[in-house]
Design a protein around this ligand. Structure first.
Ligand SMILES: [Zn+2]
Length: 294
């Protein structure tokens, strides 16, 4: 599955910037924001890796360094594919002598420059990187153009790196899913319940007592009786408890997230807070079924 999906998204990631170039003359792969953030390249890279890593997830394959390496190779294929296909549609308009990205006109390979010689794929790329001015603008005001071979290469490398990073990032998104190593399956995840931030201390003390109890199951069930998943809490500071479980070996754990207001007064997950605890599978399944009925 990962091979089919990987191939599909590789093709899409290569076709997209080339089609944009063909129809609008705009180089999507080299679109950046705030001077140097290669947004276009990151998106292309993300699409490039998405299918492959999604396929690994769907087929329950635990993602390791080997898969990231394949992702890296995919992103290189994507870069070469986009650049080569773009070169194939690069022509020179005989009337204006300007470069156009369409199939009518004289293909650029029929031209040469004194400094670079015949414009085959590699020399053309080199020529474009080293001579195309890079324009800087801030809030729609142009700060001027820089035309310098070194700057050209740096920006090109940043874009290529963006494709690689975007691709590996799509892998890390899939790897974020918890995995059951004994069953070789990705675990399932479900929002279980939430409670106000204020109630946190009380809840965690109770949970600790439960787990230390001689009959943890019973007291744990009592604790679960006191909580629900309340949508109204999502507007205020709260703890969200996610249930992570493997149906195959019947193991379950609870993962708590703290949703807090940040400096901009917006709710955000506090990444410093992390709490994961193994719990009884049956009690939790009963709880989930009960809340589904209620
Ligand atoms: Zn399992």
């Amino acid at each position: 599955m990962s091979i089919i999906l990987g191939f599909l998204s590789l093709v899409i990631s290569m076709a997209l910037p080339v089609l944009i170039l063909f129809f609008t003359g705009y180089e999507g792969l080299h679109f950046s924001m705030f001077f140097i953030i290669p947004v276009g390249a990151l998106i292309v890279g993300y699409i490039c890796g998405y299918g492959y890593f999604k396929g690994l997830f769907k087929s329950n394959t635990y993602i390791t360094g080997k898969h990231y390496f394949i992702g890296f190779i995919l992103s290189l294929i994507c870069i070469v594919g986009v650049e080569y296909a773009s070169y194939m549609i690069t022509c020179v308009d005989p009337q204006t002598n300007e470069i156009v990205y369409s199939l009518d006109g004289d293909h650029v390979s029929n031209y040469y420059t004194d400094e670079y010689g015949d414009l085959d794929f590699l020399t053309y790329k080199k020529y474009m990187i080293e001579t195309t001015p890079i324009s800087f603008s801030y809030k729609n005001k142009s700060l001027g153009d820089v035309s310098n071979p070194i700057v050209g290469w740096i920006f090109t490398m940043i874009d290529y790196l963006g494709v690689v990073v975007g691709c590996l990032f799509s892998g890390s998104m899939q790897k974020d899913h918890p995995y059951c190593h004994s069953c070789k399956l990705y675990k399932k995840q479900k929002d279980a319940f939430n409670f106000p931030k204020m109630a946190g201390e009380g809840f965690f003390t109770q949970l600790e007592n439960c787990l230390a109890n001689e009959y943890p199951q019973e007291s744990f069930n009592n604790l679960l009786d006191s909580v629900t998943l309340s949508p109204s809490l999502e507007e205020e500071e709260h703890f969200l408890c996610k249930l992570i479980y493997c149906d195959n070996c019947k193991t379950a754990s609870l993962k708590f997230e703290l949703h807090e207001l940040n400096a901009k007064n917006k709710l955000e997950i506090n990444s410093d807070f992390e709490f994961l605890v193994d719990v009884d599978y049956e009690s939790l399944m009963n709880f989930i079924n009960r809340s589904a009925i209620a």
